[in-house]
Design a protein around this ligand. Structure first.
Ligand SMILES: Nc1nc2c(ncn2[C@@H]2O[C@H](COP(=O)(O)OP(=O)(O)O)[C@@H](O)[C@H]2O)c(=O)[nH]1
Ligand SMILES: Nc1ncnc2c1ncn2[C@@H]1O[C@H](COP(=O)(O)OP(=O)(O)O)[C@@H](O)[C@H]1O
Length: 219
């Protein structure tokens, strides 16, 4: 019997967008997906925000100044961009377009505005997943438990979270992140199923043609 993996046909890559109100678990799920799934790569955004301690240029973000960011927008090098908390963030186009064509999947960690823009431009490549916390109290507990933010920042994130939650209807899939293992398994299921969409499987034309030509008993 043939190895199962030999039946993975050539396909176009997809853009897997993971959004959530801050603190609901997007980073946790994204890290695990990148660690356990060999076929998906993070889309690295361009930003004018200064690097935080520990952040690596080209890995966490491409850090640029405002003039360079403006030039990239002007020259049409961004798939989408937005201003968040006074800084600019954008998705560089060339790398993504070439990757998708070569079968590379990309993971995006962007908010609902970026999601909308990507969907408008790349509709058939985009899969939009939204994570929700099981309750507002649990969301606040997680933000505090993470220990990365001051009380003031947590209050800001909580008020922003409420407005992000209101955009739940702009997503294809919504998963409540109560138990992390269950949530992760559901996100995996979505990704696995989306990879099998007929429209993405560019190898199907040749494969089905081959099947139809084969006689029973031939290799
Ligand atoms: N539209 C858009 N938003 C982005 C992009 N990259 C990051 N963001 C958003 O910018 C916001 C701020 O990100 P960041 O400065 O890393 O701070 P933090 O995620 O709040 O810790 C988040 O809501 C991100 O989702 C991008 O390429 N496009
Ligand atoms: N299902 C879960 N149950 C309990 N804690 C969780 C769960 N998912 C994530 N966390 C924790 O909640 C905090 C916020 O998660 P994080 O992934 O940083 O959120 P986001 O990227 O959406 O802001 C982290 O400390 C993380 O370890």
């Amino acid at each position: 019997m043939a190895d199962q993996h030999s039946h993975n046909l050539a396909r176009r890559g997809l853009m897997f967008i993971l959004s959530s109100p801050s603190g609901a678990g997007k980073t946790t799920v994204a890290r695990r997906l990148l660690a356990e799934d060999g076929e998906i790569a993070m889309s690295v955004s361009v930003t004018t925000r200064p690097p935080r301690p520990g952040e690596v240029d080209g890995k966490d973000y491409h850090f640029v100044d405002r003039a360079e960011f403006a030039r990239m927008v002007e020259d049409g090098e961004m798939l989408e961009w937005a201003e968040v908390f006074g800084n600019n963030y954008g998705t560089p186009k060339a790398h993504i377009k070439a990757g998708l064509k070569a079968g590379q999947d990309f993971l995006f960690d962007i908010d609902w505005q970026g999601t909308q823009q990507l969907y408008q431009r790349m509709e058939t490549d985009v899969v939009r997943v939204f994570l929700l916390p099981p309750s507002i109290d649990e969301l606040e507990d997680r933000l505090r438990g993470r220990g990365t933010d001051s009380e003031q920042v947590i209050e800001g994130r909580m008020s922003r979270a409420r407005s992000e939650i209101s955009h739940w209807d702009g997503y294809d899939f919504v998963v409540v992140n109560d138990d992390i293992d269950e949530c992760f398994a559901k996100v995996r299921t979505i990704l696995d199923a989306e990879r099998m969409r007929r429209a993405r499987q560019t190898g199907l034309v040749d494969f089905t043609r081959g099947l139809m030509r084969q006689d029973p008993g031939s290799a």
